[in-house]
Design a protein around this ligand. Structure first.
Ligand SMILES: C[C@H](O)[C@H](O)[C@H]1CNC2=NC(N)=NC(=O)C2=N1
Length: 93
């Protein structure tokens, strides 16, 4: 199982991750698109990288907005996997 990161490490990595906020023991971003179709297209683009990483974001879709939340359920908090997948998601348009 992936190891939980310490508070200092979490703060340090979060400060380098543009567009994401720390919400307790979770990393979160909300992306806004032109419409529902574009929002779903973005979600579809997450599937392959998440599967490849073996790490899956929680996703909430509200019309043209997609809220993406990352935490490591198995470990009960943030691990390096969350930051790695967040960085990958940041590069998806
Ligand atoms: C066995 C498998 O790798 C695990 O159950 C993975 C799958 N994807 C996961 N994704 C997330 N976000 N947290 C997990 O703890 C997790 N566990």
């Amino acid at each position: 199982m992936a190891q939980l990161l310490g508070d200092a490490e979490i703060q340090s990595q979060a400060s380098k991750l543009s567009g994401w906020t720390l919400e307790g023991s979770k990393l979160q971003t909300t992306r806004k698109f032109k419409d529902f179709i574009e929002a779903i297209a973005f979600v579809n683009k997450l599937v392959e990288p998440a599967e490849s990483a073996g790490h899956h974001p929680d996703i909430e879709i509200s019309y043209n907005k997609v809220k993406v939340t990352l935490t490591t359920h198995d470990a009960g908090g943030l691990t390096q996997r969350d930051f790695d997948v967040a960085a990958t998601i940041s590069q998806i348009n």
